[in-house]
Design a binder for this molecule. Structure first.
Ligand code: ZN
Length: 302
């Protein structure tokens, strides 16, 4: 049974406006005591000014420790007008490193100092322990740090297809499993699913609900983490922006395709959203926005 304070924290998280689904998922698992530590960001705008204070009160009451970043501003696409995506500053965000106890907080500080010293492999081993990731997946993650090796092992399409497939298969995990058959990952994903269903039914309904709609999308940048190293360029992983707002936002979806589209191509597509991903079925090309680009509002110079 969860303590009253943990239940109150979960109920606060479920109804908050400042956490996205991914953050809510991690926070619920952390509050329920199955994730030892976690990291989330909280967005504060004029719509939820009191959430920072309330979140911190709930954390304290539940006995959790935190390390909070300094405020940073965040922006969102406000509208898409002609061939421009117009961005505007919407508010402030804070990063929260959260720990279940002091020992874990100390371990995190060790992790942090290793990152600073650029000892990434050692740091990642500790991160695995901190966040409860399976050893096999951590080892694979460390192996695949080397983009040159990665580019030898996979074609462009195979690499992104693997990432998307893992995402769909394991919607309750925040690490990348070493394979679709990883036993530990399958077990953790199932355990997490049960915990969320049992302890956060409101979020459960929202997260698992499947929603489909037909909309126009505009093709933006292509993912290119190892484009310069790859031998076999046999696909395109595009960022695709919804022209109409969904749940109040112009979402950027990612879509892997064998076909090449010019940046600015408007597509008519059926989008199906569930968990934290979208499946996009392109119906047809509508037209091309020449010179599609982003325009940002700048802060005053200083
Ligand atoms: Zn694994």
């Amino acid at each position: 049974m969860l303590k009253k304070e943990a239940k109150e924290l979960i109920s606060f998280i479920e109804s908050s406006k400042g956490f996205d689904n991914n953050a809510k998922l991690k926070l619920i698992l952390f509050s329920a005591g199955v994730k030892p530590n976690t990291y989330v960001s909280l967005r504060i705008s004029t719509k939820n000014l009191d959430e920072k204070y309330h979140f911190e009160q709930h954390l304290k009451k539940a006995g959790f420790l935190s390390q909070i970043s300094r405020p940073k501003t965040y922006e969102e696409i406000e509208k898409i007008s002609k061939n421009k995506a117009l961005w505007n500053i919407k508010g402030t965000w804070y990063g929260y490193d959260l720990f279940s106890n002091r020992k874990n907080k100390r371990l995190f500080q060790k992790y942090f100092s290793l990152v600073k010293k650029q000892q990434h492999d050692k740091a990642d081993l500790i991160a695995g322990k901190l966040y409860g990731y399976p050893k096999c997946c951590i080892n694979r993650f460390i192996e695949e740090h080397d983009l040159k090796k990665l580019a030898k092992k996979y074609s462009y399409y195979a690499f992104y297809d693997k990432l998307h497939t893992l995402d769909k298969r394991f919607p309750f995990l925040s690490h990348t499993p070493c394979s679709l058959k990883c036993k530990d990952s399958i077990k953790i994903n199932n355990d997490y699913r049960m915990i969320v269903k049992k302890s956060a039914s409101r979020f459960w309904k929202e997260y698992t609900r499947k929603q489909s709609f037909t909309t126009k999308l505009v093709v933006d940048y292509e993912s290119d983490i190892f484009l310069d190293k790859i031998n076999e360029k046999d696909g395109h992983d595009y960022g695709i922006i919804s022209l109409t707002k969904f749940k109040g936002h112009h979402y950027v979806f990612s879509n892997l395709s064998k076909k090449h589209y010019l940046r600015g191509t408007i597509l008519l597509a059926k989008v199906t959203v569930q968990y934290d991903y979208a499946i996009i079925k392109i119906k047809k090309i509508v037209r091309l926005l020449n010179n599609f680009h982003h325009q940002r509002k700048l802060l005053g110079k200083k």
